[in-house]
Structure formats: C-alpha cells, structure tokens
Design a binder for this molecule. Structure first.
Ligand SMILES: Cc1cc2nc3c(=O)[nH]c(=O)nc-3n(C[C@H](O)[C@H](O)[C@H](O)COP(=O)(O)OP(=O)(O)OC[C@H]3O[C@@H](n4cnc5c(N)ncnc54)[C@H](O)[C@@H]3O)c2cc1C
Length: 484
C-alpha cells in the first residue's frame, strides 16, 4: 500500500483533523529539541483513544510501514524524530491527555500517555498528593515518553526513576492487541513483570497509551541550599555527610561547576552570581518533608554549619523564600540553557558507581584539557545518583568546524573513562538514534543478544522505531525486507 493510501486509511480512523500531512505544519514533529536531527514523514497521526492507536498499528503492520511513537519530542538522542527517508508514520500521543482516575486509597493516578508531565504533577497536587518525577523538560515531555525513556531527573535520589514510579501500563502491541496492566497492584508475582519490559524500551516494543503511577505525600516543607567547595575529591564525602545527618529528608543533590555558572551568567538573562566569592564547584542540596512539625530549616542550618566546621565546604547560601529556592534551581537549569546558546556542545549523559564520580570528572577532564586545551568542560547534574552530564562546549575563540572535528575523540575519551570505571555511557537519555554505535562498542554481548531476542519476539517485523537502540545492521535488514 502506498503511503498516501495508508494515510487516507489512518485518516478514516482518527479523522482528517487529527492528521497532519502538510510538511509546513509538521516541523514540531520532525525536528528534535536540539535541532540536530531532522526527518520527514508522510503523516503525523494524532489518535485520541487506545482503540484508534490499535487500529493505526494494525493498518501500518499490514502495509509494512514503520511507526515512530512520539510524546513531547524532547528526546536528547533523536529517538522520537522520524528518519530522513520519510517512510515512517509518526503517531503522536498528545491528544490522549486525560487523567483517567486518581485512587486515594491505592495512592495512584492513572493517566493517558499524552499527559504532559507538569499536568500530572498539578493533578496530583490538586488531589492533595505528590508526583515526584521532575525534569527540565517537564512542561513539554509526556508520560508515555517518560515511561519509554525511564526518565530520571532531580528526585531519583529519593523516589527512583520512572521504573520505580510505574505500577501499571496499557500498551498497544505490534499485533494491535492491547496489553492492559492498569490494575495498580502493589504486589503481583504471576510470572515475569511484563510492564517493565516497556519501561525504557524507547518505543521499540509497543505504544504506551496509559500508565498507573505511584503518588506520595505532599511536600509541606522544602529547604534548598547551595554549598561551595574547592576540592572535587571531597564531593562524595559531602554527599555522605548530608546522608549521615539528613538522609530521610534528602531529595536532590546536584553538582554545578563554576564553568557552568559562568556560562549561565553570560548567556541567560536574570541569572545572578549566588555568592560574593567565586569557588570552583557548587552543590545544590534540597531537603524536603511531608511533616509540618519537623524543624527542617534548623536541620539544614545545622547540617551546613557542621559541613563548614568539618572543612567540607567553603561557603553556603540557604534560600529564605520559595522565590529564592526557585532562583537556585533556575541557576541549575540556566547552565543547560546557556550551553544551548553558547554554540556547539557535546553532551554525554554518563553514570559511574557513586564512589567513582570524582575520579571520572578529574581524570577525564584532565585528559580532555591536555588534548583539547581550547574547549570548555562543564560536568554537572544528578551526581547524587552517580549521573554526570559531562558536557564539553566550544571554546570562546574556537572555530566551530575544528571543534566538531574533535567531537569523536572527545566523546571517546569520556566513554573510555566511564567504561574503565564500570559505568554506563547513557544514564538517563537512552540510545535513540544517536547512541547506537556506543551501544555496540560499550554494550555487553549477552545483554544485546537478550534485547534482540525480546525485540524479535514482540516486534518480529520491526514495526516500531526501526534503527533506534539496535541500529544500522538490523535496521537495514528490516528496510531491505520492506523494500522487497
Ligand atoms: C531541557 C531538557 C531536560 C531534560 N532533563 C532530563 C532529565 O533530567 N532526566 C531525563 O531522564 N531526561 C531528561 N531529558 C530528556 C527527555 O525530556 C526525557 O527523555 C523525556 O522523558 C522524554 O519524554 P517525551 O514525551 O518528550 O518523549 P519523546 O522525546 O517524544 O520520545 C522519547 C522516546 O520515547 C518514545 N515514545 C514516546 N512516547 C511513547 C509512547 N507513548 N509509547 C512508546 N514509546 C514512546 C519515542 O519513540 C522515543 O524513542 C531532558 C530533555 C530536555 C530537553
């Protein structure tokens, strides 16, 4: 069946107003967030029910045309963007944005996959509960995308990744059948936990249409502080100190290097230097509690005074108001935004065992600085989870072409260090289309062959997201079959 005929058949299912065929109106769906990956598609379909998703899947399967499931299109690895060939149908879940139910007894919320993360947080809050997943893209990313990338973010330290927050899923399989696991059971040991297969699968195994998520007690007190320190080798002593004194309240621990703050001050309006003196490193520490009776401010003050006494930190600021706390978090997010405006940058979202975080940053930074003295190195992020966004940005006076020519060697240096420290080259963002080669180089043979076996069982014709995760070899095979 031609793409035009398939598009007509899909339009008959979802309605012409839920189909975008005009390339001029497709740009939000065919270009990724960083404007690095551009694709083409004959059709963006916007189904509004699970039955419509199922019908689209059956039509695409019988026409042998692959599907790219898409949420908010904030993937940082090009996972949600269709290929340049234009033969993939984009199924965007944005219209499936209903909150289906909130269960105060089970403490769960059941939402459709196209719900924007911020809207889920607000719905939980309106119901007197708290949904903890929080990340920079929360105003755009959707629950289906969060599930499919096993999103992490700021609060993993306390509440876990999306995997820990998902109690149930509804998924449309490659056959068009609907796997419905939305019962929200806290215990269910009837064989394999099938829903978990789809968490972090990056849309390669099925289309998530709804999720039942765990809720928690609302945060009634939050204390946010920025601490400054000189010696990166003490980073984990600092974290251990926070844990030793305030473990049950700790909800975020983020690293900010001076280089990131300098870039934020230069490129993002409204950012202020947080302290009178300048230090090489800062950590954003957040304590929170659902109790109103706990003296959380006192706990934070005692903690910081102790850290100063113990020589772990040089200086600290505690936010005096919600506004100041928001400013500290804005500083953290401004580091990301600044890198976007400052010119080309190489993003590496890596993790190592907690104790190896300082060694990774110190050793890999030294190797990069020696080989490429012009670049700016900005390792920051969720170090409380062992996760470092090890970004390398173009130098002030560096030529963009020369910088991009060094890209492969810079990334190789970082990934080799990560591998030596027994870490992961992709901690949060997944593989998508951009990290396929790294998976082949650094992934374990047995892991890969088990993943391929699962893919072959659940999606034998390669209907969903060809080329993502598994990459070129299998993708070419699938495409060759399709062309034939
Ligand atoms: C500013 C910024 C900050 C970020 N911070 C973080 C962070 O702290 N932690 C983190 O983990 N990530 C972060 N990300 C990455 C990204 O936001 C997350 O991966 C997010 O979970 C993706 O959600 P999305 O709806 O945009 O998914 P998309 O980008 O649309 O899709 C991501 C992948 O999931 C698949 N997919 C999407 N929806 C479905 C579905 N319903 N069923 C099946 N497959 C589907 C797509 O095919 C694709 O492979 C950040 C991104 C940005 C731009």
């Amino acid at each position: 069946m031609s793409l035009a005929d398939l598009s007509d058949e899909i339009a008959a299912v979802v309605g012409e107003d839920a189909c975008i065929r005009d390339p001029e109106r497709q740009s939000a769906f065919v270009v990724d967030w960083r404007n690095l990956v551009r694709g083409r598609t004959a059709l963006v379909a916007l189904p509004s029910t699970t039955e419509q998703v199922s019908a689209i899947v059956r039509l695409c399967a019988s026409a042998n045309r692959p599907i790219v499931p898409q949420g908010g299109n904030t993937s940082l690895v090009g996972g949600a963007t269709p290929s340049e060939e234009g033969n993939e149908i984009v199924v965007s879940l944005g219209r499936m944005n209903k909150i289906r139910a909130m269960d105060p007894v089970a403490d769960t919320i059941t939402v459709e996959a196209g719900c924007i993360l911020r809207d889920v947080q607000i719905a939980a809050d309106n119901g007197g509960r708290y949904f903890p997943l929080s990340l920079g893209a929360e105003g755009s990313c959707q629950v289906g995308g969060n599930v499919s990338t096993n999103a992490g973010g700021h609060a993993v330290l306390r509440y876990g990744n999306m995997r820990e927050l998902v109690l149930g899923l509804e998924v449309v399989l490659a056959t068009g059948e609907v796997l419905s696991k939305l019962r929200g059971l806290h215990k269910d040991n009837t064989g394999y936990d099938l829903k978990q297969l789809f968490v972090g699968a990056e849309g390669t195994l099925g289309i998530v249409t709804a999720a039942t998520l765990k809720l928690f007690a609302q945060r009634r007190q939050v204390e946010t502080a920025l601490v400054a320190f000189k010696d990166l080798r003490k980073l984990m002593d600092l974290l251990a100190d926070v844990r030793a004194h305030c473990e049950e309240f700790l909800s975020a621990f983020e690293l900010l290097p001076r280089a990131g703050i300098e870039m934020a001050l230069e490129h993002v309006p409204g950012v202020r230097d947080p302290m009178a003196k300048v230090f090489p490193y800062y950590a954003l520490v957040e304590l929170s509690s659902s109790q109103v009776y706990v003296p959380l401010r006192g706990a934070m003050e005692t903690l910081l005074a102790g850290m100063l006494d113990r020589g772990l930190i040089e200086d600290a600021v505690i936010s005096a108001s919600q506004q100041q706390a928001a400013e500290l978090w804005h500083l953290r997010e401004a580091c990301v935004e600044a890198q976007r405006v400052a010119g080309p940058s190489l993003k590496h979202d890596v993790s190592v065992p907690l104790g190896a975080v300082p060694a990774l940053i110190i050793e890999a930074s030294a190797a990069i600085a020696e080989a490429f003295p012009e670049v700016r190195i900005v390792p920051f992020g969720h170090v409380g989870d062992g996760n470092v966004h090890f970004n390398v940005c173009i130098g002030r006076r560096q030529d963009a072409g020369a910088f991009m020519q060094s890209a492969e060697r810079i990334s190789g240096l970082i990934y080799d260090h990560v591998a030596r420290l027994d870490g992961s080259f992709s901690a949060e963002h997944g593989i998508g289309r951009m990290r396929v080669d790294e998976l082949h180089k650094y992934g374990h043979r047995l892991d890969l062959s088990m993943m391929r076996a699962i893919k072959a069982t659940l999606d034998p014709t390669g209907l969903f997201n060809p080329g993502r995760i598994f990459g070129t070899a299998s993708e070419t095979g699938v495409r060759a079959k399709r062309r034939a």
